[in-house]
Design a binder for this molecule. Sequence first.
Ligand SMILES: Nc1ncnc2c1ncn2[C@@H]1O[C@H](COP(=O)(O)OP(=O)(O)OP(=O)(O)O)[C@@H](O)[C@H]1O
Length: 309
Amino acid sequence: MSADLPITLVDPVSLPGTHAGPVLRVEALRKSFGKREVLQSLDWSVPAGRVIGLLGRNGAGKTTLLRCLLGLSPIDSGRVELLGEPMLEPGGERMHRIGFVPQTFDLFPWMKVRAYLDFTAAFYDRWDHALVARLLDSWQLDPKQKIGQLSQGQRQKLAIVRAIAPQPDLLVLDEPVASLDPQARRAFMAELLDLMRRPGKTVIFSTHITADLERAGADIALLRDGRIQFTRPLAELRERFLRAVLSRAEGWTNTPAIAGLLKASASGTDLQLLLEDPDANELHALAASLGASLRIETPSLEDLFVELA
Ligand SMILES: Nc1ncnc2c1ncn2[C@@H]1O[C@H](COP(=O)(O)OP(=O)(O)OP(=O)(O)O)[C@@H](O)[C@H]1O
């Protein structure tokens, strides 16, 4: 699968058979564990037809947020609306339209893969048997093996097969590729992109692997300080954040003042400035006034994540 496949994003309003509003709407969501306030009046809205990568440092609250969204963990206060209805508890018809891949999958160790999938399929009208057969084959999962004997990565693959097979409208994945080898990760991302190309499908997945977000052409949602700081298409982030490198022979002892400065670091003759929405004219004028040459670079998503998260 090529890394730069074009992705067609679908206008949610134009989708037949789907509600027109956001797939997910969260208002003032609060969740604490003891004194630790993990989600602090978090607001978030996700339109249909997007792939959203949820980024955040270890312990930022990604798992907590995903579990609260799906009603798997009780919230302290606030409101969560999923597929146009308030989420009070998991269950009901709507859950057939939502797929979830948890961080770890430890269920039914005594069951064989085939029996587990057949058993689960019985609950779903839209179970895609052909997709299951294809994924078992290409991901080399042995239908006759017991789940308890699968490696962590194989279990994760099984959890992904199980989540995709009912053809959910909303697929939520909590670090789905953490245990997968690079080959399986790419295959999985390719499946995600396939899902995405069907109208109205929405995917939300948490990850630390920024390359996967780039490959998926995902929108980036950043969870920091208990809130979603922004949800933006990758291309927009790339335009918004730039690195300016000022160079001069005598080096740098002070950081010049400039609008949008997020971070500055000096090394030898270079001064690197990470800037949000910089004004090019201002930058050139600054370089001239400091007797420095100017180079403008686009930071990688990983660099951005390190700086912003
Ligand atoms: N059941 C729990 N009881 C007490 N504290 C919890 C519980 N679950 C999570 N926490 C705490 O909430 C915070 C957020 O944890 P969470 O697992 O949601 O973060 P995360 O962003 O998913 O982290 P990671 O990237 O490491 O998976 C952490 O400080 C964690 O210790």
